[in-house]
Design a protein around this ligand. Structure first.
Ligand SMILES: [Zn+2]
Length: 521
């Protein structure tokens, strides 16, 4: 016997955009929808045509495209009180979206019906029934989201069930109780879901929010009780602390509960990063399954164990979700870390070889000075090359200096840098101006290198971060600079530490350029 399949309903483009700091252009929305479709999501809720002209445009464009797998849903609410459904503009907007699926939300909780909507409990039931019947008569698949269902069910189970019956008897294809305030616990969600399925004699979906950090747990609890659809968002975007995170739900269903929901689980991390990128949200390194720290090992003993058998400290094979194991070189590192990291960077070393101890000693010495290599693999790679004597210096620095000239008007302030180098026995002496000292040094160094190493122009500095590392009592604070660079194909991080911010920046800058030019060879 095969168990019924759980379907996935994504509301990143509607509920997700209600999250603080989340905004998508129409073009972004279409790209996200296409990615979700290719990944195997069953339903994609594109927006709320009644509240947002951008969403009307999305649906106009979505109608013209072909969707390989997903069904597109428009979201709205039941008709207003004391208005005929065919005269309700918001309901008309839902039909105008011309989507195969319409999802409507209706009120469940008596206090919300009376105090917030200002209608009687009977009128609310009629609003639900009329709207579902009307949309069904227009050939739509209708999903009914029961707002505040769990809070209401705790207080007044009888009326809560009546609202679902009103939708069910009018032909709704699926009923979805919502934990709108995100305040319920999994035991209750499971029990209520089981009771409602028994009372109505039909399966349900589940829509949860993460206010107690239980959005995913509550959705899984409902599935255990027989829910056949999970609604959520990519990366858990959503109002307040967010919605149920589909990126966590999907592997839990597929790998832990033996319920296959998508064919391309190996592209999960890619999907998560893609959506973050379009929403312009920094990637959460601690995101379950897909975060870059999810399979990262730092403690020396853990690294040793994980190298022997990944099961020691990994709950799944990271490749199943498109992630990978990563070894961090840190204060805690032993030889296993260095060997594993060196291998990851493309060096072959033997355990016990004198070079391994030397690398380890050097890493520890630099870490004591304030270096951190976790986001600066390019600097670490150069360090290993130097110790293995695989490194040929590309130039020799004679001197650099920077000046800052402050004048009467702010916009006339200038920074100037000069760089003196010798490259292959010829001397280069360059001067450049910039917005700040680092910018000026960057420009002067590029100028000096350009004739011999034209590839330097491919390097773009993407990010520049300065941290002040607290000094011990009686010692000066030091500065650590992290630079992230790219050449359009690869991205690499470098680090410099000094008492002086300009010198720290210079060290990180030089590593970045050297890393790129040496790799080009
Ligand atoms: Zn919601």
């Amino acid at each position: 016997m095969t168990s019924p399949t759980v379907t996935l309903y994504d509301t990143t483009l509607r509920d997700g955009t209600q999250g603080t700091g989340i905004a998508f252009s129409v073009e972004d929305k279409l790209r996200v929808a296409e990615k979700l479709d290719a990944f195997g999501i069953d339903y994609i809720e594109g927006g709320f045509p009644g509240s947002n002209p951008k969403d009307v445009e999305f649906f106009r464009e979505a109608k013209r495209r072909t969707w390989a797998h997903a069904r597109i849903a428009a979201f709205g609410a039941t008709r207003r009180g004391r208005v005929k459904v065919e005269e309700d503009a918001q309901v008309k907007g839902l039909l105008d979206a011309e989507t195969p699926v319409v999802t409507i939300v209706g009120k469940t909780w008596p206090f919300q019906v009376v105090d917030v909507l200002g209608v009687t409990l009977e009128e609310n039931l009629a609003m639900i029934a009329d709207t579902v019947r009307y949309l069904k008569a227009h050939g739509r698949e209708v999903i009914y989201d029961a707002e505040h269902f769990f809070d209401s069910y705790r207080e007044d189970p009888e009326y809560s069930l009546q609202t679902l019956r009103a939708a069910s008897d009018s032909g709704a294809d699926l009923l979805v109780p919502c934990d709108t305030n995100g305040g319920s616990l999994p035991e209750f969600v499971e029990q209520a879901t089981r009771e409602v399925i028994a009372a109505l004699g039909r399966p349900l979906g589940i829509h949860t929010h993460n206010d107690c950090g239980l959005g995913v747990a509550n959705a899984l609890a409902a599935v255990r009780a027989g829910a056949l659809q999970v609604q959520g968002t990519i990366n858990g975007y959503g109002e307040r602390v967010g919605n149920c995170n589909l990126v966590t739900v999907i592997p839990n269903l597929q790998l832990k509960m033996d319920m296959p929901v998508v064919g391309q689980l190996g592209r999960l991390r890619e999907l998560s990063l893609f959506v973050d990128e379009l929403a312009n949200v920094p990637h959460d390194i601690r995101a379950p399954y897909v975060g870059s720290a999810a399979f990262t090992h730092k403690g020396g003993q853990h690294v040793h164990a994980v190298q022997k058998s990944s099961r020691a400290y990994e709950h799944i094979d990271p490749g199943l979700v498109g992630n990978r194991q990563s070894i961090v070189v840190s204060d805690l590192s032993g030889q296993s870390n260095v060997l594993a990291k060196a291998e990851e960077l493309g060096f072959q070393l033997e355990k016990g070889a004198p070079e391994v101890s030397e690398i380890l000693r050097e890493v520890k010495r630099l870490e004591n000075e304030g270096y951190e290599f976790e986001a600066a693999e390019a600097s670490l790679s150069l360090l290993i090359q130097k110790i293995l004597q695989h490194h040929t210096p590309l130039w020799e620095l004679r001197e650099y200096h920077t000046t800052f000239r402050r004048s009467g008007c702010h916009s006339c302030n200038t920074c100037e840098a000069t760089v003196k180098l010798s490259i292959n026995d010829s001397d280069e002496y360059t001067v450049a101006e910039g917005d700040g000292p680092v910018n000026a040094l960057d420009a002067a160094l590029r100028k000096a290198l350009r004739s011999q190493y034209p590839a330097i122009d491919d390097v773009v500095l993407n990010d520049y971060k300065v941290r002040i590392i607290g000094g011990q009592l009686g010692t000066a604070a030091r500065t650590r600079v992290l630079i992230v660079s790219t050449d359009g194909h690869d991205t690499w991080g470098t680090v410099g530490v000094s008492d002086n911010i300009i010198e720290a920046s210079w060290l990180a800058l030089v590593d970045s350029f050297e890393y790129k030019l040496l790799r080009n060879r």
